[in-house]
Design a protein around this ligand. Sequence first.
Ligand code: GLV
Length: 300
Amino acid sequence: VSVVAVSLPNQERLAWWVNHLAELLPDRRVLAANDVTDADAVDYAVVWMPPTGMIAGWPNVKAVISIGAGIDHITCDKEFPSGVPIIKTIGPDMTQRMREYIALHVLRFHRELPDLERSQKNSTWEQVFTPTAPNRNIGILGMGHFGKACALTLRDLGFNVSGWSRSGTAVAGIETYNSDGLEAFLAQTEILVCLLPLTDETSGILNAKLFEKLPAGAKVINVGRGQHLVEQDLLAALESGQISSAVLDVFTTEPLPKDHVFWTHEKITVTPHVASLIDPISGGKIIADNIGEFDRASIS
Ligand code: GLV
């Protein structure tokens, strides 16, 4: 019988996922990774941050399923067996949540809400004039599934949206730039949204050199990974005013340590990796469906 092994750092959530997937996959044995006794029997692994070498210890694994949209938490395993497919889990609920989060923070920046909130603190009636959305340039770094969805949401709100990706894939109604166009893309971006996957090429991309190429006073929203951002470079750019505000949902160390400067920085909004959390109910269904589909595709 087919074994699906589940690995998650949080033991409580692990137990939940094992039970939930067992219900959704009645023809398979769903086991927590630690309960696997026959390594040869594992044909699917469902994981978040699997320990190094764990997947390599299951020689017959057909596919590894990420409990989430990112796969960097799997590919960072130096012993990950080459050639084993990795399946991302992106449900409509995750896309919807990401669109909401990005719309919320872009609109907040666009309408200068941080300034208005500061005025309220001082009981100051200070009207702020803002351009309309078509006169505001938003730049999306990373035009994958989430990047495209958010670009279209922002376009529908009336914003002037550009997207940057390695290949410069065209998206209707969005001006797209490829790797050669990074400078031109940045030069016109007033609000930058990072929705890139974390790879060797994108690690540290949000650095001083990139910030300098944005118009002075630009704003940054990072919902990719903490490792996209060079933290000291952001602090320096906020200090100089080159960047006027930032929203950070992801961090190199999560949870963000209690004493980290980001928590209390007046120009930074910190959210605890909540932009687009996987919903275990609908996410579980997608994972179960993907396993079934993968099986059917590999048989035919
Ligand atoms: C969350 O960060 C995910 O990759 O789903």
